[in-house]
Design a protein around this ligand. Structure first.
Ligand code: SF4
Ligand code: SF4
Length: 334
């Protein structure tokens, strides 16, 4: 038996996605980091601690996800994790490409880190390494096995593009073989390097998405893995909500910018920023102004930066709406 639910945005929990640096050892083809916008610096530990404290003050039930770039390249990641634990963050996740630098597995423990989340973009070495770079498949698999054998829980993130959608069903035996706890299917966002490649070469169509992704998630859940995928397409009768208006998600960059919407990250549209280590609102125009726009196509940022996944009827009305990129379907084995 499996249960499926739409994970709507929670106003009770805050999710903090903290890019503690932007540098990385890999050069993935579709990397979402835009260094022109977000710089190349790594935050000092003292600043990380101050900024972490600012978000638990906002909400006692806050989840933290450390990411980069590659966050394990930061020599003080383990100390940042311990600070987040002391501050009372409800859950702590480290997103990694699998290289697990600075001996991170031995510097933290499974009581402190709830999940290590690994990115793999192909079920085969050939496809993954074409996207993420030579050697990255083997290193990621090795990192997952080391992490699980040390006693941590793991997630696997698979970002779907035209290049790798044909391999996603092959992930099922791999998830089982590795012993993954959670499987996150992502849709490619057209930002960072993806914006230079172009939407037409990366994003899959509505029919491809709907014919493949929900079924793969169901099969993953059949293994006892919690499987999550973005809803992406809403029929005209389904209601649309913008997480920027109703949820508490924060995407922090080392140059101090704080966004509520990841699709805005290629632009200086952040609604908050750290100034002298104080979190302040930015002036207009910013992402908050865009969130208010009520359009028949649903997500306004989708229409601005990735309009090719919209279709219109002959009367000019959209055939469907695009959901907020943070609206997910979650399937769990009962
Ligand atoms: S591992 Fe992540 S941060 Fe590094 S290049 Fe790939 S997508 Fe970018
Ligand atoms: S992805 Fe779209 S709907 Fe979601 S927060 Fe951004 S603008 Fe709002």
């Amino acid at each position: 038996m499996k249960s499926k639910r739409t994970v709507s945005f929670s106003q009770k929990a805050t999710n903090v996605f903290f890019h503690i640096l932007t540098s990385c050892n890999l050069k993935c083809r579709h990397c979402y980091i835009n260094q022109e916008q977000h710089g190349e610096n790594a935050l000092p530990l003292s600043t990380i601690k101050t900024w972490l404290a600012a978000f638990v003050e906002k909400n006692k039930k806050a989840n933290i996800i450390f990411l980069g770039g590659e966050p394990t390249l930061h020599p003080d990641l383990s100390l940042a994790v311990k600070k987040a634990k002391n501050l009372g963050y409800s859950s702590i996740t480290i997103d990694t490409n699998g290289y697990l630098f600075n001996d991170i597995l031995s510097k933290v423990n499974p009581e402190e880190v709830d999940y290590f989340s690994f990115s793999l973009d192909g079920a085969t070495r050939k496809t993954n390494d074409m996207i993420r770079g030579k050697g990255s498949y083997d290193r990621c698999i090795k990192g997952i096995r080391e992490t699980i054998s040390t006693g941590y829980k793991t997630s696997l993130i698979y970002t779907v593009t035209k290049t790798n959608i044909n391999e996603i069903s092959m992930m099922i035996p791999l998830l089982e073989d590795l012993g993954i706890d959670r499987f996150f299917i992502q849709v490619i966002g057209i930002r960072g390097k993806s914006a230079k490649i172009g939407q037409d070469k990366l994003q899959v169509s509505r029919s491809e998405w709907l014919s493949i992704i929900p079924d793969v998630a169901k099969k993953a859940a059949g293994l006892g893995v919690t499987a999550t995928y973005p809803k992406v397409f809403l029929s005209p009768e389904e209601s649309f909500e913008c997480a920027g208006l109703v949820a508490e998600n924060y995407f922090i960059f080392p140059n101090g910018r704080v966004y509520k919407c990841p699709l805005c990250e290629d632009f200086p549209l952040h609604s908050m920023e750290f100034r002298d280590n104080r979190l302040v609102n930015t002036g207009r125009l910013n992402e908050n102004d865009l969130f208010q726009l009520n359009i028949p196509e649903g997500c306004v940022m989708n229409k601005i930066i990735q309009p090719a996944n919209l279709c219109y009827k002959s009367d000019g009305s959209p055939e469907y709406k695009i959901a907020c990129c943070m609206l997910k379907e979650e399937i769990q084995a009962d």
